[in-house]
Design a protein around this ligand. Structure first.
Ligand code: DSN
Length: 420
């Protein structure tokens, strides 16, 4: 475990919080599908001296001196990202996923243009046009939904009709709470027919694509891929914009800087390079495949117990349980119950949820982090058993406390990279 000696001496309050969080991560189960554990090498790079450097611009074209080493790390991050995703161009500077998405909109759209994206309650993301976001004041967003919430099927004929009527400039694939694969070829054909860019926000599944466990939208002709780097891709917190053809690169680069951001967070850019090299290794393919095997296995175990899953299963790293129908508790109550026994997941709205986002009907869970700890099908059974047992003992405080101790004992057998 890192000792953080300087921090301990200088600032005990923050040191204690860091130490507490390390212990929470080691002794708890992480099932939030957008979270993961980075390697020690990625963590070291994130804490490196690149933090001290300003480097507005791009390799070979900067506005400050002293760029010998920033140029090396950013060029390596770009080259590795292009290899990983078969991209013609990569911009590795977006500070996070939302800024990456917004910079891409500004690169590809004029104010007033239309984007066709997935509805938030059916799995989309706030930045795909939810009315609470400022970007909806500038661009017009129209939405598609699942045709059948029992299977997760999207109605591509209807999507085409909406696209012909609304004439979007972007057709947006991608989600943060959808457990099925999208048909990129069909979406790309619709985009071509209406003259729109086909853009995939693959933040959740970037690692699955990098590990060849999920389809790469570029193989079906998509123009742009947006992503975060810290979810299934298992890198530092950050964002990235990729284009299939190099010719879109100039617009994208100009939009990220100077259009949208100032100086890149260069220690994160360097850490992205380290994570991309890890994802290029053959063993990352095993990791990506196992994430899906684990998710399908745990989803099946819950369904066997009688729980109601949204779309009745999963094709990827996540699934959602309708807690009201399954256990007669809300998503918030389930989140709190599982937190109490050391299992972290998040409450989530389900399709057309009658309840509110802060008190929804469902929970969302996934397997990227537990798979990083080396857990396989047997452990997925054990985790589901822990959760089902917590549900059945939810009014028995002593039983839940005993269960929490069992979860801690179980977790200590699976080290967290860079921490335990
Ligand atoms: N916050 C991310 C998630 O949990 O899916 C999406 O931005």
């Amino acid at each position: 475990m890192p000792t953080y000696e300087s921090l301990k001496q200088q600032d005990p309050d923050i040191f204690n919080a860091v130490a507490g969080e390390m212990q929470r991560q080691v002794e708890g189960v992480e099932l939030i599908p957008s979270e993961n554990y980075i390697s020690a090498a990625v963590m070291e790079t994130m804490a490196s001296v690149f933090n001290n450097k300003y480097s507005e611009g791009y390799p070979g074209r900067r506005y400050y001196g002293g760029q010998t080493y920033t140029d090396i790390v950013e060029s390596l991050a770009i080259d590795r990202a292009k290899r990983l995703f078969k991209a013609g161009h990569a911009n590795v500077q977006p500070h996070a996923g939302a800024p990456a998405n917004l910079a891409a909109y500004f690169a590809l759209l004029e104010p007033g243009d239309t984007v066709l994206g997935m509805d938030l309650s059916h799995g989309g993301h706030l930045t795909h046009g939810h009315p609470v976001t400022y970007v909806t004041k500038i661009f017009n967003f129209v939405r598609y939904k699942m045709k059948d919430i029992e299977t997760g099927e999207i109605d591509y004929d209807e999507m085409r009709e909406v696209a012909l009527r609304e004439k979007p400039k972007i057709i947006l694939a991608g989600f943060s709470a959808y457990p099925r694969e999208l048909d990129y070829a069909k979406m790309n054909a619709i985009a071509e027919e209406v003259g729109a860019y086909a853009v995939a926000d693959m933040a959740h599944i970037a690692g699955l694509i990098a590990g060849h466990a999920a389809r790469n939208p570029f193989d079906d002709g998509f123009d742009v891929i947006l992503t975060t780097t810290h979810k299934t891709l298992r890198g530092p917190r950050g964002g990235m914009i990729l284009s299939r053809e190099a010719k879109l690169g100039k617009k994208i680069d100009k939009s990220v800087f100077p259009g949208f951001q100032g100086g890149p967070i260069m220690q994160m850019v360097a850490a992205k390079a380290v994570a991309f090299a890890e994802a290029l290794k053959p063993e990352f393919k095993d990791y990506a495949r196992q994430i899906i095997v684990n998710a399908k296995h745990m989803a099946a175990k819950f369904m066997d117990s009688g729980a109601k899953l949204i779309t009745n299963g999963t094709d990827n790293h996540l699934f959602m349980i309708d807690c009201v129908k399954s256990w007669d508790i809300t998503g918030q109550e389930a989140e709190e119950l599982f937190d109490g026994v050391g299992i972290t997941l998040n409450k989530n709205v389900i399709a057309d949820d009658p309840r509110k986002p802060l008190d929804p009907s469902g929970v969302r869970l996934g397997t990227p982090a537990v798979t990083t700890r080396g857990m396989k099908e047997q452990e997925m059974d054990q985790l589901a058993d822990f959760m089902l047992s917590a549900v059945s003992k939810r009014d028995d405080k002593a039983a839940l406390e005993a269960q929490h101790e069992d979860v801690k004992t179980f977790c200590r057998k699976f080290p967290v990279p860079g921490v335990s």
